[in-house]
Design a protein around this ligand. Structure first.
Ligand code: AMP
Ligand code: MG
Length: 329
């Protein structure tokens, strides 16, 4: 069973479910205004609200631990952000009734911690572009210790397991050595263990890729699929919901290599911390494209890794070999 009595697990579940529900509400109430005016963007309001909320909870429950998160209040404090400021205070008060703008900025900046030793890491809204499109996004929180992810949580309001009611969304939890788990975000919380697929035949293999083509090297993905003999089109999905899709066995492979326009780009730790543990605990494998484990002790980015390969485990070595061949001059 999921060890819900462990303090870091109880904390992660509570905070990520609160934050995900808040994000869902912001998406529902603000979606139409976003397109007209970037300044009122609901993703901005949701990013800041979620980060402030998590910052507040981390500060109260884990006063000694850093929080490393994507946003800072700098852009928010500028005068032209008045509409966003108003939105943040309005939505954040649903969870923290006393909050004002100064306090919100303070809680957002609680996320400016150093990624050293033991720390929480947060992507308040992973899949910004999906959030705006009305597609997939995730609230992603993880606890890292000595460069390894110890527990991880994803709140995915628009994603669920095959056969489940998508309206109820998903809460996903992973505990190092304690499994990967799913429960609906809304309604009775009955936990189910997650298990990756066992598909290996090229005719069956299901690839996942980012929805946004500029986030990845599409050519490299196509070459890999061709060499493996995979015919099925990859499923396009935003955010770490992809890790959920792999952990539950609905997909088998995910390759993320920086686009050729930005070969020096390294991945943010918050884009992979929670999701990678989820897949590993479901029996899958996560490395960079050279086969190295992801190293979460190298700053706010995965500076010691290039690209990310996620698989059901069975296919991992074969894919690494093909990637190696493809990289050879
Ligand atoms: P995905 O939903 O798979 O497209 O991944 C979303 C993440 O991609 C965001 O959280 C960003 O950190 C990251 N991202 C944003 N722009 C880029 C880019 N140009 N190349 C690679 N990743 C990016
Ligand atoms: Mg992200």
């Amino acid at each position: 069973m999921l060890e819900t009595s462990r303090p870091e697990v109880a904390f992660g579940l509570d905070v990520v479910s609160r934050a995900s529900r808040l994000a869902r509400r912001i998406q529902a109430e603000m979606a139409s205004s976003a397109i007209e005016k970037a300044d009122r963007s609901p993703v901005t309001v949701a990013d800041f609200c979620v980060q402030a909320l998590v910052g507040w909870h981390v500060d109260r429950s884990w006063p000694d631990l850093p929080l490393v998160a994507e946003e800072s209040s700098q852009s928010l404090r500028r005068a032209e952000s008045a509409a966003v400021q108003e939105g943040i205070v309005r939505f954040l008060r649903l969870e923290l009734p006393e909050v004002d703008l100064e306090a919100a900025c303070r809680w957002i900046d609680r996320g400016g911690g150093e990624p050293e030793g033991r720390f929480w890491v947060l992507d308040p809204i992973d899949g910004t572009k999906g959030f705006l499109r009305g597609d997939q996004y995730a609230v992603a929180l993880a606890l890292v210790e000595d460069g390894k992810v110890r527990v991880g949580f994803l709140g995915c309001p628009r994603w669920t397991l095959p056969g489940e009611d998508r309206e109820r969304g998903s809460l996903l939890a992973a505990v190092g050595g304690g499994g990967a788990w799913w429960a609906p975000l809304e309604g009775e919380r009955k936990w189910r263990p997650l298990q990756v697929s066992s598909r290996t035949h090229p005719s069956e293999i299901r690839f996942l890729r980012s929805f946004e083509s500029e986030h990845i090297d599409v050519g490299q993905l196509e070459r890999l699929m061709q060499r493996l003999g995979v015919e099925r089109e990859p499923e396009r999905m935003d955010s770490q919901a992809k890790y959920g899709q792999l952990a539950c066995g609905a997909a088998d492979l995910l390759l993320r290599v920086p686009s050729p326009q930005r070969p020096d780009r390294r991945e943010w730790i918050w884009d992979h911390a929670a999701g990678s543990l989820l897949v590993e605990e479901a029996g899958g494998q996560v490395t960079d494209v050279e086969g190295k484990s992801l190293d979460f002790s190298a700053g706010r980015r995965l500076n010691r890794n290039f690209g990310v390969l996620v698989s059901n485990g069975h296919l991992h070595r074969t894919v690494l070999e093909v990637l190696h061949e493809l990289a050879a001059p």
